[in-house]
Design a protein around this ligand. Structure first.
Ligand SMILES: NC(=O)c1ccc[n+]([C@@H]2O[C@H](COP(=O)([O-])OP(=O)(O)OC[C@H]3O[C@@H](n4cnc5c(N)ncnc54)[C@H](O)[C@@H]3O)[C@@H](O)[C@H]2O)c1
Length: 475
């Protein structure tokens, strides 16, 4: 059924729900957008008058919030009320990997999707288009549909049923750190479904700022699967280049030159060929794990083990960075001080979910060193929460709270440190005051650059020892 959409509800005010609805609201002033979440603190931060307190840092986001909030963009905990007012509902809730039970460690935990579907079934009125924006295993639309239909049947028995639903898949391809630009200028918009009129209703929204030739429509299963596969391919490129970074170190080649030469081949392309400490973020590992689970479910064991390697290389890359640091610092880092520059999983985001920094820092702490951490956007409470002692054998004699310090600037963080480890490619790290840093450190002043941000010649001239990931000349 074609619906003239006037009111939209988005369930989930996270990294996807918040920015994607903000951009839609900015581009569609004739539509009201209500973003709801069951987490009151998150909603309170979205409603904060201090824009620096928004729960998510993304370049360009606060300006849009300032323009639209209170006009056609609203953040609230009233999930039921906003579902009942909505012509269209986006589901943007989290879909993490299951921690226990069947499929633990691989399958998606769909408990939040199920809870949302039940809330929608209970409170929606009239005809409602339900749009899956979360990344979901192929065939999840069937689960949502069966929950919605079960409620309708029950409603019919009670003679109160006035509801109907159509379900679309519209996965989100934004990348954190460039979310606003990605939402305004997407490579494509993907809409999967079998009800053309509902598809048209969703297209009518995107057409306000995106040209029709960028809107791809497919059946619902292809759409659900495409999102998982896009993430798997992106992660695969990172693991591919990272595996070659190790080979470069052993052969005196330079990973940047290799990546450039390879990427200039138009069949390969230049993007996503930066080596580093491995992929992070909430999606890549989760989505590949889910892909592996689905392949195993269908008996495609060779396909599953092919994708398993992408995760293994990612973990191995972090392990070899940790052992390089220990080895270079005379085989022990116990009681030494190490500065970590960058804690988020990539630059321009405050998101630390699955950040390589967490794993690397935890392993360094287990070796008994002190960590001095600086990240321009990650809150220090978040850092301490991510590194909390649970299940980790940090040195017994060192109190965990004293073993980790967080700082507000690079210079503060390097005082009396033995080594600097650069883990995130924040812009300010490309332009460090190396002369001053060298004076503040304890010799022999090591820099471990996993992000290719340091000018090695300059660093050497000040007296630093430098290890540069993927560079055979600085190994
Ligand atoms: N983060 C990304 O870069 C990204 C990009 C593309 C797709 N995705 C996918 O989008 C989905 C959301 O990701 P995210 O990073 O925004 O997650 P998130 O954890 O930041 O946000 C999800 C929000 O949903 C809320 N929520 C869960 N169940 C709810 C319910 N029943 N009622 C109300 N609120 C509820 C949670 O409180 C949370 O605030 C995931 O499936 C993810 O894989 C994420």
């Amino acid at each position: 059924m074609k619906v003239d959409v006037r009111t939209i509800c988005c369930i989930g005010a996270g990294y996807v729900g918040g920015p994607s609805m903000a951009v839609m609201a900015d581009k569609c002033p004739h539509i009201q957008f209500n973003v709801v979440d069951m987490n009151p603190e998150r909603i309170e931060s979205w409603n904060s008058n201090k824009l620096e307190e928004l729960p998510i840092y993304e370049p360009g986001l606060s300006q849009i919030i300032e323009r639209c909030r209170g006009k056609n963009l609203h953040f609230s905990c009233d999930v039921k009320g906003n579902i009942s007012k909505a012509d269209m509902i986006f589901i943007s809730v989290n879909t993490p990997t299951k921690k226990r039970g069947l499929g633990a460690g691989q399958a998606s935990d769909l408990k939040w999707i199920e809870a949302c579907s039940r809330q929608i079934a209970d409170h929606a009125k009239g005809h409602t288009i339900v749009v899956e924006k979360s990344t979901l295993p192929v065939k999840t639309a069937l689960t949502i549909k069966s929950i919605l239909e079960a409620y309708i049947i029950k409603g019919k028995n009670n003679k109160t049923n006035v509801k109907s639903f159509s379900i679309l898949s519209n996965p989100e391809f934004l990348a954190e750190g460039t979310a606003i630009n990605d939402l305004i200028n997407p490579d494509r918009i993907l809409i999967g479904g079998d009800d053309q009129e509902s598809i048209n209703s969703l297209m009518d929204i995107y057409i306000n700022w995106i040209s029709a030739d960028k809107i791809l429509t497919t059946d619902i299963w292809s759409s659900e699967l495409s999102k998982l596969i896009a993430n798997a391919f992106l992660a695969q490129r990172i693991s591919s280049i990272n595996s070659i970074s190790a080979l470069c170190e052993n052969t005196e080649a330079n990973i940047n030159d290799v990546a450039k030469a390879v990427g200039m081949d138009s069949r390969i392309g230049e993007h996503f060929l930066n080596s580093g400490p491995g992929f992070g973020g909430s999606c890549f590992k989760k989505d590949i794990s889910n892909l592996i689970y689905i392949c195993n479910h269908y008996g495609l064991y060779e396909v599953a083990s092919y994708w398993e390697q992408v995760i293994s290389i990612n973990e191995w890359q972090q392990k070899r960075i940790i052992s390089t640091i220990v080895e270079k610092l005379y085989g022990t880092i116990s009681e030494k001080k190490i500065t970590i520059l960058g804690f988020s999983f990539k630059s321009n985001t405050n998101d630390t979910r699955e950040s390589p920094a967490i794993n690397i820092c935890k392993n360094l702490l287990e070796e008994g060193c002190y960590l001095s951490i600086y990240d321009p956007k990650v809150d220090s409470n978040q850092i301490l929460k991510d590194l909390k002692k649970e299940n980790i054998n940090y040195e017994k004699q060192i109190d965990n709270s004293k073993q980790i310090e967080t700082h507000n600037s690079v210079l503060e963080s390097v005082v009396n440190t033995d080594a600097i480890v650069i883990l995130t490619d924040w812009e300010e790290f490309y332009d460090l005051n190396l002369r001053e840093i060298y004076e503040l450190m304890r010799p022999p002043c090591w820099i471990f650059d996993t992000r290719n941000v340091i000018n090695v010649e300059a660093a050497k001239s000040y007296g630093f020892n430098i290890w540069k990931l993927g560079n055979g000349k600085f190994k």
